[in-house]
Design a protein. Structure first.
Length: 162
């Protein structure tokens, strides 16, 4: 919805120049785009979920020894990748670029943001080495997470300060 309203505002600004009420007008027009955005989201979600179910079936029948949690994880990754990168997902990427462009308009601010996210990821990796993951409701995932934890431990064991 926001992408269609923003594209309309940008088109009007291109034709007649920027005016003070453009943002307010775009905000009021945003709900008018709800039916189209909802229809497109439902269509793309259904197609992505169908592809995920097909991959799940292929993985279960192609490799009967594969754990169900692992097959579900691969299917979920496919659904997420299709929802964010497949054709038709450009509107959400454009809106995300607008939001990040408003929050971090300069390259220096974006670099600082990326550095903060990198430090956060390093802290999470460091913390994951100290205590085993707890997946109490999902018993099957604890073995997979424990093996991932040991893989990360082996990967960063040679890095100083870890």
């Amino acid at each position: 919805m926001a992408d269609k309203a923003a594209k309309g505002m940008e088109g009007r600004q291109t034709r007649r120049g920027p005016r003070t009420g453009d943002a307010v007008a775009a905000a009021f027009r945003t709900p008018l785009h709800l039916p189209g955005a909802l229809t497109m989201t439902l269509l793309l979600s259904a197609l992505s979920l169908f592809a995920g179910v097909v991959l799940l079936a292929v993985l279960i029948f192609a490799d009967p020894g594969m754990a169900a949690s692992r097959a579900i994880a691969w299917s979920a990754m496919l659904v997420i990748a299709l929802m964010s990168l497949a054709p038709g997902s450009g509107a959400s990427r454009r809106q995300l670029a607008r939001v990040w462009g408003a929050l971090m308009p300069r390259a220096e601010a974006a670099l600082i943001g990326a550095l903060i996210i990198g430090i956060f990821a390093a802290v999470l990796v460091g913390l994951s080495r100290q205590q085993p993951p707890d997946t109490t409701p999902l018993d099957g995932m604890s073995q997979n997470l424990e093996s991932l934890r040991s893989d990360v431990h082996d990967l960063v064991s040679g890095v100083p300060f870890f």
